[in-house]
Design a protein around this ligand. Sequence first.
Ligand code: VG1
Ligand code: CO
Length: 539
Amino acid sequence: MIKTVKTSPYNDQKMGTAGLRRKSKVVMQPNYVENFMQSIFNTIGSLNGKTFLLGGDGRFYNDIAIQKIIKMAAANGVSKLIIGQNGYVSTPAGSRIILKNKLNGGFVLSASHNPGGINGDFGIKYANETGGQIPSAVSDRIYQETQKISEYKIFETDDIKLDKIGRQKLGDMEIEIIDPLNDYVEMMENIFDFSALKKLFKSGFTMKFDAMNAVTGPYAVRIFEDILGAAKGSVINAKPLPDFGGLHPDPNLLYAKELLAIMNADNAPDFGAANDGDGDRNMILGKKFFVSPSDSLAILTDYYPIIPAYKNGIFGVAKSAATSTAVSRVAKAHDIGYYEVPTGWKYFVNLMDSNRITICGEESFGTGSSHIREKDGIWAVLFWLSIIAETGMSVEEIALDHWKKYGRSYYLRYDFDGLDTKAADSLMADLENKLPTLVGNHYGEYKITQARPFVYNDPVDHSSTKNGLIINFENGSRIVYRLSGTGSSGATLRVYLENYNRTDLKEDPHEMLEDLLEIAMEIAEITARTGKQHADVIT
Ligand code: VG1
Ligand code: CO
């Protein structure tokens, strides 16, 4: 019943910032998923005695890819698969399941915040026994394997039913279908003070959570409505749909339009939040108020002592280099460890495993802690609700209070999408070459004090990673340039701007960053090299 099938390599199976991400139609090519999975299995080596998690965010092609992976796992000698009921598991819940059950790793089928459907994207995130996504050294080895693959093994059988919780067998492999919510919900109950949150909702506090027709709907309904007592209907777009109902499941000011309209209305609820496709990103809103993710990381860190799981102290905090420096001021005030890593959650894993950090975050709507090894959308929402319950302040008051204490890092990210890959690569290469000549230059009141590539030397595994270019100015402002590693076609240039201000706290970030944007465009010759006068997306 085990068949060996001849195949030939695809040359594009290189993982990016977070797994393999391609257009659905690319992934649907014959043997595409099979080649990739066999390359992973070959790289791991012996699978005897190994157990993996399998699930996804429910997007188009999940059902088909899951069946392929089950049959291949059985044929390759995997001992056991733990699968989320009906194939669902969010990225954070997956990490929890791997850690709690001491699994050897897991596969979450998701292209995260990228749109789904036959014309959208599909993806595979691969985590190892740390509960976090594999380091680059391992994904490089898998990529090499994809370049020489010539056959794969698959079990010939009918599709496996995933709708009933329980155990079954496929050949020698055991399959256990689990409720993907249980372990996750239990973990949240152990981190936060649920009775304080229940009291908050009992007092009439209102919220809207937008699950964007993606995987967090069932998690959010159970936690916010069923357990904490938020009004029925507090979770919108709660049913996971293969094409996300046409939504782009990216929780930001551009794509979470429905939630934004609700939060900007005169009768807005007290609190608003959204998660992305696979539940690891979060956006936090108050009444007519948006919390920038970099500020959110700083604010959560500042309030760690009020959370039961952190009240005895935290090891430290980390952010990606592109994220604003707001959290560095909080780390200093609390006298805790502080680290900057390249973009991508996998770089936090060693810091967490070695007890260097507890909380971490990225500007791209990601915050989390060492309870798992992925960012965690619902965790961030529960943390914010806990701060509100404790302080009695509104979201806006909490942010304003923070800026009064620490000053404000005005911050925005400008994305230039759909660029020619060669043009984008040479823009970055030429810019890197000229960085040393820029130091000392004046642009109006802005004087460059430092200009260098960001290089991260991991203190645990001693790997060295170069990611992005950073320009620092005398007045504390920063420009960071880097190319995206999660797109499915062409290149995206991301330009991250930060302008620190101690006294003007309630200005419009777009205005506060106007001059810096002009400088950033000029230094990298963006218009001349890409033809773009303006960014396509600003978040
Ligand atoms: C983007 C974000 C990065 C995030 C990654 C995965 O990567 O910038 O901060 O970790 O997506 O997020 P890039 O390389 O395109 O800038 V998720 O929600 O896809 O797992
Ligand atoms: Co995601």
